[in-house]
Design a protein around this ligand. Structure first.
Ligand code: IMP
Length: 200
């Protein structure tokens, strides 16, 4: 049974693929072409479900499992911004770098060189009969100077709890062992296995 990813974010596709070794994991764009999905939910969970259900309906196939990820970073000092707006913090169509620099600017406005922060991932799993949403979190802090080229998004300014390097500097394997996405997918994986068995 094919696992279709309801995301075209290359960073996410790479991380999700690395957790499903041996399974056929196909980003939806390969089947449907590029498509904008309006994320008008109020929570990560709602947005993850909107993405997965939209792709499931567009595919019009019963024999697939659609997996989506809605995620972002929350900074309590900034009134919990950017949260579900992480991908468009600096405006619609903003790049990862624009969003990161906007966060740095907002820290500066508060006179802070660093602040506690956490990533959230909501993973939705949708089939013809059922839907699930799982969450994972990674706590740490954001700093006012980007460091390193690894990861994606806000990773060059995020230092996970217990480390002194950013996710931009740490190896991908370290991020994999700690990340919000890995934790949520760790819960999703046995559910996906079960759904695959049931479909046989
Ligand atoms: P989404 O694609 O609407 O879920 O937006 C997710 C946004 O949150 C991304 O564009 C990144 O800016 C940010 N984000 C989510 N997960 C990560 C991560 O693991 N590292 C860095 N940034 C992340």
């Amino acid at each position: 049974m094919q696992i279709i990813l309801a995301t075209s974010n290359k960073g996410k596709v790479k991380e999700i693929r690395s957790l499903f070794d041996g399974d056929e994991v196909v980003p939806f764009v390969q089947l449907l072409g590029p498509m904008e999905i309006e994320e008008n939910g109020e929570t990560f969970a709602q947005n993850a479900l909107i993405k997965a259900k939209t792709i499931f309906e567009k595919l019009g196939q019963d024999d697939v499992i659609v997996v989506s990820d809605d995620s972002g970073i929350t900074v309590p000092l900034l009134g919990n911004e950017p949260g579900i707006y992480s991908a468009r913090y600096a405006g619609e169509g903003a790049s990862d770098r624009d969003n990161l620099m906007k966060l740095v600017k907002e820290l500066g406005k508060k006179g802070a060189k660093e602040a506690p922060a956490y990533y959230t991932a909501a993973i939705a799993v949708v089939t013809k009969d059922t839907e699930y949403v799982m969450h994972g979190w990674m706590h740490g802090k954001v700093i006012d100077t980007p460091r390193g080229e690894g990861g994606f998004g806000y990773d060059p300014i995020f230092i996970p709890e217990g480390f002194d390097k950013t996710l931009g500097e740490l190896p991908a394997e370290t991020k994999k062992s700690l990340s919000h996405r890995s934790k949520a997918l760790g819960i999703a994986k046995p559910i996906i296995e079960m759904l695959k068995e049931q479909a046989k």
